[in-house]
Design a binder for this molecule. Structure first.
Ligand code: F6R
Length: 364
């Protein structure tokens, strides 16, 4: 039931504070301030490599996780889309953890990749939203998301719940590998507990973002730029927009602009820049200024500090709360979802059932 919402996608975007909180509750111990994963009969400390495989939006969640696993747990991570992974004869050495991320748990390529890794002796971890799915059944380590049924074809709440589980897993691996002190673990748990409130703060910009839809809806092409963990968010923003509004959109790592895509920039191309203030901010802003110098129309998504520093002269700005770098990808997912949603509504497309797409891709 859609309740007071116009579309399932809109309802699911607004459910995120609640379902992310639910998902985090099952992976954190708030009183002890520790990360808690299900009991398993192998030692996660012995893992020497992680291979992440997924498709679409779930793949982008995996890309964010790669930054986290490397940064916090100092674990080498390999990641690929399932359709490529299956056929490239990947090197899978003993002691590897293979991690599959899927809302449905039935995506054909991801499931086939899981079976391939199992046969190759990898330990199988699965982040999945449907607890009765094939992937859930075949996992050694099952890490459920508690997003509830996702009806809109474009994934929203499943994505942020995946990120919540992956952040907890990153912290857990870091603890197991002796990379986090008790205090640092408690600090991360504290930040994760804050996430639902930050998602609410992001959702408060709904009307303002709806008011920007007319700036994007007439465009033929839109670019999304980000750095570090916000690079996968740029890819996700572009995917959401193309799926439901049918506007051609691409996400790029900000630093790649001058290696080609900047040739596309003119007054007709809106560029959405995802740039929380922090160590990578200046670099992203300098890429943004290069876009502006060529007539590009920038929508800057940042926090108050970032907007004060670089917001002048932008077509529009969207102010996110200032958050810990670990939860920024969850929070920045909200404005890109809302922007895609409102542009699609402005264009009058079928938001919940976009053309040519199926909710669950059970054929290759
Ligand atoms: C995008 C979207 C798809 C799915 C992809 C994987 O909005 O929904 O890209 O993320 O088809 O599906 P799951 O997660 O079910 O394996």
């Amino acid at each position: 039931e859609k309740g007071n919402y116009r579309h399932f996608m809109q309802k699911e975007i607004f459910e995120q504070p609640v379902v992310v909180a639910q998902t985090l509750r099952s992976h954190l111990r708030r009183v002890e301030q520790t990360v808690a994963l299900p009991q398993i009969d192998f030692d996660l400390a012995s893992i020497n490599r992680v291979t992440i495989v997924a498709c679409g939006t779930s793949f982008y969640a995996g890309m964010v996780a790669k930054y986290w696993f490397e940064q916090f747990a100092r674990l080498p991570v390999d990641i690929d889309v399932a359709s490529e992974f299956r056929y490239r004869d990947p090197v899978l050495e003993p002691g590897g953890l293979a991690l599959f991320i899927s809302q449905s748990g039935e995506t054909a390529d991801t499931l086939a990749a899981l079976r391939h890794c199992k046969a190759a002796g990898q330990t199988i971890a699965v982040v999945v939203n449907v607890p009765t799915s094939s992937m859930a059944r075949e996992a050694d380590l099952l890490l459920p998301t508690h997003a509830g049924p996702e009806i809109g074809v474009a994934s929203t709440k499943a994505f942020t719940c995946q990120l919540a589980v992956l952040a907890a897993l990153a912290a857990h691996l870091a603890v197991k590998r002796g990379r986090l002190t008790r205090e640092e673990e408690a600090e991360i748990v504290e930040q994760l507990v804050e996430t639902p409130a930050c998602l609410n703060a992001a959702l408060a910009h709904d009307e303002e973002i709806a008011g920007m839809a007319h700036l994007i809806a007439p465009a033929r092409d839109v670019l999304y730029l980000g750095r570090g963990p916000d690079y996968p968010l740029a890819l996700e923003g572009a995917l959401k927009l193309k799926e439901i509004s049918y506007i051609h959109a691409e996400g790029y790592a900000s630093g790649e602009m001058k290696h080609g895509p900047i040739a596309l920039i003119d007054e007709a191309v809106p560029v959405i820049v995802l740039a929380p203030s922090g160590p990578l901010f200046e670099k992203t802003v300098s890429n943004m200024q290069e876009v502006r110098a060529r007539g590009g129309k920038v929508v800057l998504i940042s926090d108050a500090e970032g907007i004060a520093e670089a917001g002048e002269g932008c077509l529009a700005t969207i102010e996110m709360p200032k958050v810990h770098p670990l939860i920024a990808p969850l929070v920045y997912a909200v404005p890109v979802q809302l922007l895609a949603y409102h542009v699609a509504v402005a264009k009058g497309t079928d938001v919940d059932q976009p053309r040519n797409l199926a909710k669950s891709v059970t054929v290759e």
